[in-house]
Design a binder for this molecule. Sequence first.
Ligand code: NAD
Length: 381
Amino acid sequence: MAWPPAGKHTPVSADLDNAPPVSHTVTLIPGDGTGPELVEATRRVLEATGVGFEWDEHPAGEDVYAEEGTPFPDRTLDSIKRNTVGIKGPTTTPVGSGFRSVNVLLRKELDLYECIRPCKAYEGVRTRFPETDFVIIRENTEDLYAGIEFERGSAEVEKLRTFLADELDSPTRENSGISIKPISVFCSERIVEAAFDYAKKYGRKKVTAAHKANIMKFSDGLFLEVAREVAGRHPEIEFEDRIIDNLCNQLVSRPEEYDVVVLPNLYGDIVSDLGAGMIGGLGLAPGGNIGTEAAMFEATHGSAPKYKGQNKANPTALMLSGVLMLRHLDELEAADRLEAAIAEVIRKGEKVTYDLKPTRDDPSAVGTSQFADAVIEEMSS
Ligand code: NAD
C-alpha cells in the first residue's frame, strides 16, 4: 500500500506526552509522485510551530486509483467536508485517458471558488525580480475552465455551428472545435469581493483587476464592470484595471507596483506560473483554494514524478501553503514564525534543495527531509 490506511493520526513527530492539545483537525492528503515526501516534510514543520493538529489522513491520486479504481474516494471528500480545512500533496492527472483531475473535482465538489497564490521573492532566491511581492486571486470555477467543450466533427459541434450561423448570424469555420467561456455576475462579484477582503485582512493597499474587455466585451467586459462596482464599495483600497497582456508586461517591468491582482480563471492560471517564475521557480510557489464550506491548501506545482521517492523535491511551496493554512485558521503568530524560518533557511542558502543552489548538480544541496530539519531548527533557535 502506498500510504498508511486512512484515519486520524495524532502528530507523528511530537513527543506524545508533551503534545499540545488539539486545536485543529485537518484533512491530510499525501497525493502521489513526490507528494507524500513533501506532505511529510510539511506536516513536521507545521507540528513544530506548537499548534495542536490532528491529521485526518486520506488518499487521492493515481496510487489509490490503482488500488480502488477511483482517484478521489468518497471518504476523502467526506473528510474535507467534515473538517472544512485540508492540506494536499500534488496528484498526477493522466494525459488523454484515465481519470479526471482530482483538483478539478475538488474545486467543483466543494465550490472552492477562490484560488490564492502569493508571489513573493524571498531574499536568497535566484530571480531577476527581487522586488516581487504580489498576491494573485484567481477565480476557480468558470471561464474557459467550465468544461463546456465541443469536439471538432462531433454531432454536437455541428449542431452548435448551425445554430450560431443560422440563428445568431455568427458563422464559424468548418472543422472547428468550440470551447465556451461563461463569466457570470455572481462569480465575478464574489471573487472581486474576496480580493478586497484579502487586501483588508493583510494590509494590502491596492487591487488590480485583469481582463481583455476590449476584445471580449460580454465576458471580460462583464468581469470588469462588476469589479468596478465592487471597488466602489471599498473606497479605502485603491483600485485599477489592466488589460491582461499589458499586465504581463508590467509585472515583469515594474513588479513592485502590484499588490493584489484579481483575475478570471484562465488568465489567473497563466499569470500564476509567470509569478512562480518571478519568485524563483515552482518549488517556491504556494496556493490555497477557498470556498464557503471548505478550504484546501496545496502548492502550485504538480507531482514532479521524475523525483518520486528520491527525497529531492523542494518542500517550500507546500510549507508556504501550510503558512496560508495557519493564517486561514487564525494561527497568525505560528504562521509568521514558520514563514520567517523558511525565509531564513532560504536566505542562508546552505541547507536548501538542488533547485535553490547556483547549479542544479551542486553537491551541497540537501534533501526534502533535511530542508524540513533546517526549518525546524531555525524555528527553535
Ligand atoms: P510539475 O510541477 O510536476 O513539474 C514540472 C517541473 O518543475 C519538474 O520536473 C521539476 O523540474 C520542477 N518542480 C516542480 N515541483 C518542484 C519541487 N517541489 N521542487 C523542485 N522542482 C520542482 O509539472 P508537470 O510535470 O507538468 O506535471 C506532473 C503531474 O502533476 C501531471 O500529471 C499534472 O497534471 C499534475 N499536476 C498536479 C497539480 C496538483 O495536484 N495541484 C498541479 C499541476 C500539475
